[in-house]
Design a protein around this ligand. Structure first.
Ligand SMILES: [Zn+2]
Length: 246
């Protein structure tokens, strides 16, 4: 779906804990740089490639990946993308997220499951095993770390907004030019409504609320949520409500 010139939201079919769903990486590009923001679940490279080509961009031109955070539905196909396009894709993430993605720290969702391993139902134990093996077998290097407020010189300027809470190093990305927020997982759209990511999915509730307050400082017309897609109905007002716990 076209969001603005050179900004498209991709729609990738996925199955989340047995429920059919759609996830939404974002593609941002200009003449020299093609950036994919988040990389889907493991095994989704063919779908991602197809979605990029459908927009009219050659997959072979992809030369940057920005990860909003470490979760498996966001880093899942990164290692396959890097294998497919060796030495041509730069990978960026927040510095707090780097060690998890590189396999030096146990990813937070894996650690959360591990902490309750004995009381988990068998189905969740199987998911834990799968996730743990995935991260162990798909360690990927982060080439550059991002910091809060940093402006990336693409598509009229993309600002890195450090929005921890869902994970320790979660980021969102803001296009001032187009007033678009690529929210990652701090926000979701459900049944047409913009909502906060479920607190059960968050690493730290307090910082996730602080992050919502932080994004009220930006003038936002359109939000792209990785889960739920686009929201553009009186967006600033709705984000302010969410930041106030409404
Ligand atoms: Zn997610």
């Amino acid at each position: 779906m076209k969001i603005a010139n050179g900004i498209y939201m991709l729609e990738i079919s996925a199955n989340i804990l047995g429920t059919p769903s759609v996830i939404n990486p974002t593609l941002i590009w200009d003449n020299d740089t093609v950036i994919l923001i988040d990389t889907g679940f493991p095994g989704q490279l063919p779908l991602i490639r197809e979605a990029i080509e459908k927009v009219g961009v050659s997959f072979a031109k992809l030369n940057m990946v920005i990860l909003t955070h470490q979760d498996i539905d966001h880093v899942g196909s990164l290692s396959n993308i890097l294998k497919e396009l060796p030495n041509s894709v730069k990978v960026l993430a927040h510095k707090e997220e780097k060690a998890y993605i590189q396999g030096e720290k146990l990813p937070v969702k894996v650690a959360q499951l591990e902490a309750h391993l004995n009381s988990l139902p068998n189905e969740m134990k199987a998911i834990y095993e799968k996730m743990k093996a995935f991260y162990e077998n798909n360690k990927s290097s982060i080439d550059e770390t991002l910091t809060d407020g940093e402006e990336l010189p693409y598509s009229g300027g993309i600002t890195v907004v450090y929005t921890p809470g869902h994970t320790p190093g979660h980021i969102s990305l803001y296009s001032k030019h187009y007033k678009v927020l690529i929210a990652g997982d701090i926000l979701q759209v459900q049944g047409g409504a913009l909502i906060q990511a479920p607190q059960t999915s968050n690493f730290d509730t307090n910082s996730s609320m602080e992050s919502l307050k932080k994004i009220t400082q930006y003038d936002i017309e359109t939000v792209i949520c990785y889960h739920g897609g686009v929201y553009k109905d009186n967006t600033n007002k709705r984000i302010a409500e969410l930041a106030n716990g409404l």
